[in-house]
Design a protein. Structure first.
Length: 319
């Protein structure tokens, strides 16, 4: 599954990414895009020199790999014809840029002309390969179009779940915040519960370890990992007994009415997280800023998310 982490920076902005997020999750998307691409996109359509799998983030709808550019539609078509492309069962879509000025008729014309320039059969249903065309700042662009395969949606159906578990989408986002643009980073989830974060990390092929103080939870977490074909290596251990160093810790603090963890125990967890990892991403129900700074953390950034009426969390990234 390491394909999902395919990262390859090139010198030109050869890639176009299309985002998909709700207003409620825009903060989280901004944070995630900044950690992966190094900037916050100004719209849902942006260029980058960084190549990542379009399936890596819940917020990425698709990636277009630009192969042909023209100053006019005719130029673009000529350039495509010059390459004598041949594909069977292909599909072409028009993708709208942030300041789309192309009307429906022109889009249709572009699709028709490019369709004529490619040899082979067109397939609206179940295409084997997809292409896209777009116009940005008077330039027409064409290239392969790769849509997010949303495999992570299957992770919702775990054999074991708990009311305090995070949802798989937030978990995937946290993993992306942890690794940014470096798939070799060593990550730990020291209070991993039934493994929502570990599952996303494993699917992305990163080096992520998990621990939990509750043996019953550890057993269920390992069964969840087995279910998805991942190594069931979660260790029954308190964070206080972890000695191995990590680059990043993702700490979903024990909280809420089902947790017996006291404020003092939370403080101990916060302290220990600082000891075992260079960077820590805390997930909490209350704003931890002053508590974290009182423990010597420097807060890098963070956001507050509210998904449904009942679900809200603070994400705080610190070192
Ligand atoms: C909020 S839950 C984590 C949920 C997890 N993110 C998930 O989605 O399943 C917090 C977990 O911390 C564990 N925990 C509490 N104190 C701990 C400690 N000192 N060391 C390790 N784990 C601890 C609890 O057993 C609980 O499973």
């Amino acid at each position: 599954m390491f394909e999902n982490l395919e990262i390859n920076s090139i010198n030109t902005n050869r890639y176009i990414y299309v985002l998909n997020y709700t207003d409620q999750l825009k903060n989280l998307c901004d944070l995630e895009m900044k950690s992966i691409f190094g900037f916050i996109p100004t719209g849902k359509f942006f260029f980058s020199a960084t190549k990542i799998s379009s399936s890596r983030s819940i917020f990425i709808k698709s990636r277009m790999d630009i192969t042909h550019i023209g100053n006019s539609l005719e130029d673009l078509v000529q350039s495509i014809e010059g390459d004598s492309l041949f594909y069977n069962d292909y599909k072409i879509s028009y993708i709208k840029s942030n300041d789309n000025t192309i009307d429906y008729q022109e889009r249709l014309k572009a699709l028709r002309l490019i369709g004529f320039a490619i040899e082979g059969n067109f397939a609206l249903q179940n295409p084997k390969i997809e292409f896209a065309v777009t116009k940005v700042n008077d330039q027409w662009m064409f290239g392969q179009y790769i849509i997010n395969d949303h495999t992570w949606i299957n992770h919702k159906q775990k054999p074991y779940n708990y009311s305090y578990a995070l949802d798989h989408q937030l978990a995937r986002s946290l993993v992306n915040l942890a690794i940014g643009n470096n798939p070799h980073i060593k990550v730990v989830d020291p209070c991993c519960g039934i493994g929502t974060i570990i599952i996303e990390g494993r699917e992305l092929g990163i080096n992520i370890k998990g621990y939990d103080i509750n043996p019953n939870v550890v057993e269920k977490c390992n069964k969840n990992l087995q279910h998805f074909g991942f190594e069931d290596d979660i260790v029954h251990k308190s964070i206080q007994d972890i000695t191995e160093p990590y680059d990043v810790a993702i700490v979903d603090l024990p909280y809420g009415k089902f947790s017996t963890t006291t404020l003092e125990e939370q403080r101990l967890i916060i302290n220990k997280a600082k000891e075992i990892a260079h960077k820590v991403i805390f997930v909490s129900m209350v704003n931890l800023d002053s508590l974290l700074t009182s423990h010597g953390f420097e807060i890098i950034e963070g956001c507050f998310i509210k998904k449904r009426d009942k679900f809200s969390r603070y994400i705080t990234i610190c070192c």
